[in-house]
Design a protein around this ligand. Structure first.
Ligand code: EPU
Length: 420
């Protein structure tokens, strides 16, 4: 398994282009199953999760062709049974369930397991699809859905931790081909849900209210092919913004969409980081002394859980106490023990991490545990004095396109150590 070897202490300077959003492109790829006509997607990031979704779609009978960051997909004739082991490996693959139910009225998709960031139930996805008339059973590790008649209905998708992003995507994708009107209440408002809705509308779907808690979908008989450009990845942009501030550098994020990043930019500014919009770029630099901030992760437009670990690194560098509370995924503090190896002083109290910041970090061998924790460890390595070896970085390749090359172009001393 590859590692990243980092020599810390170099402020990042320069420009970096933000790629397409992982969490938008995965459901959009799945949505191409809804039509027998070809679709083209632009600004597709080169990520292992994208390759993985391409394999899943291929295993269902679709043709998938990459040409740089453009992806041509054609789900002419497809089957409704997904490959058990392929699907089980990636949590995001659950979003093929809605399109299969919509197009074929039946689906067998292996049940995604939990993961290191906590249990990942899909009860809300199943509740939503049942409300549209799907009969759902769990057999042999598969979710089996059968919907001889799929009809619109009122679906409430609020859960213990608020709305569900992929649950909203799944219900939306089934409802576009259901008879009549579906109203989703407590729908997820994330920009990735809006991007999916725009893609579906490009296919001829009738959807109103995406981006608000109430989404109304009027089913149509069939959808057609379309062409779409994926939104830039707000979490990749947040990660580079934090890295710029943490290393005391200055980085322009080309293509970043500040309107998708209000909560992150607000907290960065509160922490004393300067963020300015210059044309199509966002420029981030430290404005002076860092200030501690308290953060609670929430559904959009609140502070994203996917940027919590990275922001924690910035707070370890900030003199004073910052309290970071995780409200979306209960175990999403795997980075804390690894940051402690670098010298960070962080205590976990229930859902909160109490960060006593301001102690210098020094390099050490550390282990990546999940995607965003890995990104945080890399940012910490960029700051820590001496050498840091971040092991098991395959998690990073799931969600960050060539992060080592991008960081190198900003001046970071970072090398990929390939292991055979
Ligand atoms: N939940 C339920 N029941 C459900 C579904 C979710 O209780 O049926 C709970 C979850 O346990 C969690 C909360 O609801 O406490 C929110 O989960 P959500 O369903 O919104 O997460 P998701 O759709 O599975 C997507 C992203 C995650 C991101 C979350 C929250 C993709 C592929 N994944 O997951 O991204 O953290 O939304 O914004 O879109 C990442 O990119 O690193 C990542 C984990």
């Amino acid at each position: 398994m590859d590692s990243l070897s980092i020599k810390g202490g170099v402020p990042l300077h320069g420009e970096v282009t933000i790629g397409g959003a992982k969490n938008a492109v995965l459901p959009i790829m799945a949505a191409t199953l809804l039509t027998a006509e070809p679709c083209v997607i632009h600004r597709v990031p080169n990520l292992s999760d994208v390759t993985f979704m391409a394999q899943i779609l291929t295993s269902l009978g679709a043709s998938v062709k990459f040409d740089g960051d453009t992806l041509a997909l054609h789900a002419g004739k497809i089957k409704g049974v997904g490959d058990y082991d392929l699907i089980r490996k990636m949590r995001g693959s659950i979003c093929i369930l809605g399109p299969l139910v919509g197009r074929l009225r039946r689906a067998s998709v292996s049940l995604p397991g939990g993961c290191v960031i906590g249990p990942r139930p899909i009860d809300l996805h199943l509740k939503g699809l049942s409300k549209l008339g799907a009969r759902i059973t769990i057999e042999g590790g598969y979710v089996r859905a059968n919907a001889p008649r799929l009809a619109g209905g009122d679906v409430f998708l609020g859960g213990r931790a608020g709305p569900t992003v992929l649950g909203t995507a799944n219900v939306m994708m089934a409802a576009v081909l259901a008879e009549g009107v579906t109203t989703i209440e407590s729908a997820a408002c994330e920009p990735e849900v809006v991007d999916l809705a725009n893609f579906l509308k490009g296919m001829g779907a009738r959807i109103a209210g995406a981006g608000s808690p109430t989404v109304t979908i009027t089913g149509v008989k069939e959808l057609h092919g379309t062409e779409h450009e994926v939104i830039p990845d707000r979490i990749e942009a947040a990660t580079f913004a934090v890295a710029a501030a943490a290393t005391n550098g200055e980085v322009s994020l080309l293509g970043a969409r500040p309107e998708h990043m209000h909560a992150v930019l607000d907290k960065l500014r509160e922490a004393g980081v300067r963020v300015e919009r210059c044309g199509m770029a966002l420029t981030v630099k430290r404005g002076g002394r860092l200030k501690p901030v308290d953060i609670t992760t929430l559904p959009y437009a609140g502070f994203p859980t996917d940027a919590q670990a990275q922001m924690m690194v910035l707070m370890t560098l900030t003199p004073g106490i910052s309290i970071i509370t995780e409200r979306i995924f209960e175990s999403r503090f795997m980075h804390v023990s690894e940051l402690a190896r670098l010298g960070a002083d962080i205590a976990i109290e229930g859902p909160s991490a109490i960060v006593k910041g301001g102690r210098p970090l020094s390099g050490a061998p550390i282990m990546a545990s999940d995607l965003r924790a890995s990104a945080a460890l890399v940012v910490a390595g960029l700051v820590a004095k001496g050498a840091t070896l971040v092991k098991r970085i395959y998690h990073l390749d799931r969600g960050y396109e060539r992060i080592d090359d991008k960081l190198k172009s900003l001046g970071a001393r970072i090398e990929r150590v390939e292991e055979t």
